[in-house]
Design a protein around this ligand. Structure first.
Ligand code: AMP
Ligand code: MG
Length: 406
């Protein structure tokens, strides 16, 4: 058996070394794509000193409490103000540029309006108050987003805020999916005796969609060698292919023999629970070249966990994401167990599904690798070393699902 950490050190560098083809895309299709360049701002945000409040722009030295001041101009957002006449004030609105000569803004709640043209202040303003400074958000030349960032909605908005309309990103990966098992039936069909619904395909496809990769699924493949080989071959032009089930060494497990026929296999028993048998390798393309291959176990929890811990980071690295961004191990933290785990596995580390609130971890009652509800009703995984016993109150390693990959 191989330890998970050792497996990751064998597999991830392969993806990290591979060059990632790039393309320019428009901002409105850039969501969840991976940046292939550092983005530097060509402008200051904000572009001008502007008001953080509806109120009055003043020159602080002019202002005495209880004196009357003439309102010499009105500056709505989008206007281009005149220099402030000495001894007067300017009516101003949130986001409007500060008139040259003004150095502070008094919010309208602190002003007595005598009439439209004259106001009185209750107090002397603080110098610079309620002014948003030029470049205080982003300065010209600043690196706004680094190469290797997967663009979320905020990132895309940030790019828009500096006027960027196209970005250089990694080309979309094409990822092939197949699920093996003669017992599998599609949702929407009637279950015959002995059949179960195929859920793994939906979990993977959903996780892959959130990476904005192109998913090519051939769906359910029955447990025989020929069908398994031809399904793999039909996906050989993908960048990577993932299969579920049939990866053990039983008579009904055809994934490993099939990969040996159509490509090259390296397989491991990974010392982790859930998710022990994992196959890796490649599928040869007819015209040359190859597709990376992962064979994951069929149990729904094993397949989802192995996908998240091993495969998704691999795909992220293929897309040019940085190691720091994909390596979930740096985002594990300590939480306090509100449960006991008295009989740990001495040979395999364990990933337990837990609900963590305010650093207190409750265990989902059924930790079987077959129950998908354990993933649906938990917030993340508790990582226990081989043989690690847990008593209530112990601090244990935990990684939240939302931190598995950024
Ligand atoms: P296997 O790895 O093929 O031995 O499958 C292990 C268990 O996972 C079996 O109980 C299968 O019925 C179940 N399983 C396999 N593939 C799927 C799938 N696509 N969706 C849901 N369960 C599955
Ligand atoms: Mg099977």
């Amino acid at each position: 058996m191989i330890d998970l950490n050792d497996l990751l050190e064998q597999v991830w560098p392969i993806a990290a070394q591979q060059a990632t083809p790039t393309e320019y895309v428009s901002l409105n299709v850039a969501l969840n794509r991976v940046l292939a360049q550092d983005i530097l701002s060509s402008l200051n945000v904000p572009q001008h000193d502007n008001s953080g409040m509806d109120g009055y722009a003043v020159r602080r030295a002019d202002i005495q409490p209880s004196s009357c001041y003439q309102v010499s101009q009105r500056v709505p957002a989008g206007a281009s103000p005149q220099p402030l006449q000495p001894g007067t004030v300017a009516r101003i609105f949130t986001g409007a540029p500060i008139p040259p000569g003004a150095d502070s803004v008094v919010m309208q709640e602190d002003v007595v309006v005598n009439d439209e043209a004259s106001v009185t202040f209750n107090a002397t303003p603080r110098l610079g108050q309620w002014i948003r400074r030029t470049g205080e958000d982003i300065a010209t030349g600043q690196v706004v987003l680094a190469k290797g960032t997967r663009l979320d909605a905020i990132h895309v908005g940030l790019l828009a805020s500096i006027g960027v309309s196209t970005v250089l990103v990694s080309k979309r990966l094409k990822v092939g999916v197949m699920v093996t098992g003669s017992e599998l039936q599609s949702p929407g069909q009637v279950l015959q005796p002995g059949q179960i619904y195929n859920s793994n395909e939906y979990v993977w496809c959903g996780l892959l969609e959130s990476m904005n990769v192109e998913v090519r699924s051939v769906g359910i493949v029955p447990d025989n060698l020929e069908a398994t080989c031809s399904a793999f071959q039909s996906l050989a032009d993908c960048d990577a292919v993932i299969s579920s089930g049939g990866v053990s060494v039983g008579e009904e497990d055809h994934v490993k023999p099939a990969i040996e026929k159509v490509g090259q296999l390296r397989s491991w028993k990974v010392a982790m629970k859930p998710g022990k048998p994992i196959a890796f390798g490649h599928i040869n393309r007819q015209g040359g070249g190859q597709s990376w291959f992962f064979g994951l176990p069929g149990n729904p929890v094993s397949s989802a966990v192995a996908f998240q811990l091993i495969v998704k980071p691999f795909l992220g690295l293929l897309e040019g994401q940085t190691r720091e961004k994909v390596d979930w191990r740096s985002r594990t933290r300590k939480v306090q167990a509100e449960f006991a785990w008295p009989t740990p596995d001495s040979r395999r580390e364990e990933f337990l599904r837990a609900d963590v609130q305010s650093d207190k971890a409750k265990l989902f009652e059924n930790q079987s690798s077959g129950v998908l509800t354990s993933l649906a009703r938990s917030t993340g995984l508790i990582r226990l070393a081989k043989g690690q016993r847990v008593n209530p109150g112990d601090w244990v390693d935990y990684v939240a699902y939302q931190d598995l990959m950024r």
